[in-house]
Design a protein around this ligand. Structure first.
Ligand SMILES: [Zn+2]
Ligand SMILES: [Zn+2]
Length: 390
């Protein structure tokens, strides 16, 4: 079995790994690089765009840096990904009026799929994308485990995952996103929830949360904190559609205390499909936690004419790097001007060094390829007995 990391090795994002035997060739992930933007030429990868040169593309999770190129891939290459992942993508694409690809099949925890002479077993793992998988491949008597992106500080049990994973692999392709942060220890979603409850209870004004609409775990955290502080939970249509697609246990406008709202009248028909909807007057009449995006400044401004923002909060729940973008800077400064206090409440979707070590010690790889990292060297410290490949 040949393993070839086409993209994503000494960088964060743009993952693409080729696994090949004499008869079969598959890709694990086909991601855009974080710096890729619309209109840029596609990377030169033979058989991905121009003809069906791969027997399958298996997607670990729906973040653009793992799935982005699938939208451009040759239509005859079969694509596999998680079912809930696909439902979420469909909802997001429908809202954004983007055409979605059609998958050949879905990944399910520990259910083997066979592509030619390669078998792939997905293992459900925790990450800031819902329904993420590690991918274990077997061919020619060799084994490879690709971690995708993962963490242990979410709501899924990490020890259950470790228990399920194979106890020996030939090659481990391991993410290392957080390794460039000195002594980073990941805070859990549960801890974040506690901090949010304290903040929401002490604020007497409105609470706004700036977070990724596709970060389902974070929606759960913020919803639970809203409930414990007797506030209704408000999801703008985009998030409401995604949360509804994620499954009935995820806070969505079918919940008693969750409401959908819109910031543009052009979305009225789509809003009406939801069970609980909230207009500005309704919102102004009770305590709430409202999830917002940084494009919603005008909406917030008009809301501030209906209700006082005094003693109100804006929870910044993103990676700190986004703070440096112009659109984020101007949104945050406008929010401050309207009287909101900005508080950061975030935790990473990626494993810290201790979590990486636990995973490596569990699957006992003979060799390890660092991926999705800017500090591959650090793996030598974490796994001193493993051959670290470049
Ligand atoms: Zn990633
Ligand atoms: Zn990811």
């Amino acid at each position: 079995m040949n393993i070839h990391i086409l993209r994503g090795q000494n960088q964060i994002g743009g993952n693409m790994i080729e696994i090949a035997t004499d008869h079969t060739k598959i890709l694990l992930d086909a991601g855009l690089e974080l710096t890729d933007s619309d209109g840029q030429p596609l990377p030169k990868i033979q058989g991905l765009f121009d003809y069906a040169g791969y027997d399958a593309i298996i997607i670990s999770h729906y973040h653009g840096d793992h799935i982005g190129l699938v939208y451009h891939a040759h239509k005859e290459i079969p694509v596999y990904l998680g079912e809930a992942s696909y439902n979420i993508i469909l909802a997001a694409d429908r809202y954004r009026r983007i055409e979605t690809f059609t998958p050949k099949g879905f990944l399910h925890h520990r259910q083997t799929i066979t592509i030619g002479d390669i078998s792939v077993i997905p293992y459900l793992c925790d990450h800031s994308a819902f329904d993420s998988y590690m991918l274990f491949c077997e061919a020619d008597g060799e084994t490879v485990l690709y971690t995708g992106d993962f963490r242990s500080n979410g709501r899924k049990s990490f020890s259950a995952l470790l228990h399920a994973l194979p106890k020996t692999v030939d090659t481990l392709l391991c993410e290392g996103t957080t390794l460039s942060r000195e002594n980073y220890v990941a805070v859990s979603e549960q801890e974040l929830e506690k901090r949010a409850v304290d903040l929401f209870r002490t604020a007497t004004g409105p609470v706004f949360v700036l977070q990724a609409s596709m970060n389902i775990d974070r929606i759960v955290t913020m919803y639970r904190a809203a409930k414990q502080s007797n506030r209704i939970f408000l999801e703008e249509l985009y998030m409401a559609e995604i949360a509804t697609a994620a499954g009935k246990n995820i806070p969505n406008p079918n919940f008693d205390d969750v409401y959908a709202f819109i910031t543009s009248p052009s979305r009225h028909a789509e809003l009406m499909k939801h069970n609980h909807i909230a207009g500005k007057s309704f919102i102004a009449s009770r305590p709430f936690v409202m999830c917002v995006r940084n494009s919603m400044f005008r909406y917030l401004k008009s809301l501030s004419q209906k209700i006082s923002f005094e003693n109100g909060l804006l929870i910044y729940s993103f990676w700190s790097g986004y703070r440096e973008t112009d659109s984020m800077k101007s949104f945050l400064s406008e929010c401050e001007k309207m009287g909101l206090r900005i508080v950061t409440l975030h935790t990473s979707g990626h494993a810290d060094a201790n979590t990486l070590k636990k995973l490596i010690d569990t699957v006992n790889p003979k060799s390890l390829f660092p991926i999705h990292t800017e500090n591959a060297e650090k793996f030598k410290e974490i796994a001193p007995n493993v051959v670290i490949k470049k």
